[in-house]
Design a protein around this ligand. Structure first.
Ligand code: CMP
Length: 219
């Protein structure tokens, strides 16, 4: 729980109290967690695994976020009055979540001002990211958006290795396309170009960023 942005400055005792309010839920790879439009009664924190947050728009999927250990989601329907789930959530790997009931989360927030401030701080980070995505969709071409998304995944979910930065999740070309707002063929073309230039390598759907500086220079 210490890794969750809004619990970062909680003491051991405070975390132990909070821990009691969470129940553990397990999901198999591919299992749905909830659907857009559902009423939302729980806030979730990822203990382990990988969660995709997505919407369907004109029969195409848009991936809004990928969440890993220590990330939270489901706060919108839980905290807003009369609002339903704004997007769907699905486990992309075998996943363990901590779930907290709406009432418990609301009581915790009411009794813990620093938690509210930490949550607002973290939500603002998400708004900044969403603003950046709007800007990228407006001004960048698909190739640049793909490169930017690879760099973002490397920075957020990367593991440093001798020969570069490994994005620590299996990604299909279609999933990258759904994150970037383009078609699979374009992702395939750009990834081949980046491999030809020795800027990335791909092994069993894991992407290694071999030269971050050179990738940034392409933007
Ligand atoms: P909720 O609306 O309850 O269910 C879907 C969840 O996805 C939502 O709460 C947020 O936690 C998360 N979510 C929705 N939109 C975004 C976004 N643009 N970026 C990151 N997370 C999001």
């Amino acid at each position: 729980l210490k890794e969750v942005p809004f619990f970062c400055d909680f003491s051991f005792d405070e975390l132990a109290q909070v821990r009691k309010l969470f129940i553990e839920r397990r999901y198999k790879k591919g299992a749905p967690i909830f659907f857009e439009g559902d009423t939302g009664e729980e806030l979730f924190i990822v203990k382990s695994g990988l969660v995709k947050i997505f919407r369907f728009d004109r029969s195409r999927e848009v991936i809004l976020a990928l969440f890993r250990d220590g990330d939270y989601f489901g706060e919108m329907a839980v905290l807003q009055t009369n609002q339903v789930r704004s997007a769907s959530a699905q486990a992309l790997e075998s996943t363990v979540l901590y779930a907290m009931k709406r009432k418990d989360f609301q009581t915790l927030l009411a009794n813990t001002p620093k938690l509210t401030l930490n949550l607002v701080d973290s939500l603002m980070d998400r708004l900044r990211r969403a603003n950046e995505q709007i800007e990228d969709l407006t001004f960048l071409d698909a190739r640049s958006r793909i490169i930017k998304t690879l760099l973002m995944l490397g920075n957020g979910h990367g593991v440093s290795q001798e020969n570069g930065l490994l994005i620590n999740m299996k990604l299909t070309h279609q999933q990258i396309a759904d994150m970037v707002g383009t078609v699979r063929e374009t992702v395939t073309k750009v990834l081949l170009e980046l491999q030809d230039k020795f800027l990335i390598s791909i092994d069993k759907k894991f992407i290694l960023l071999k030269d971050k500086g050179a990738l940034e220079a392409l933007l």
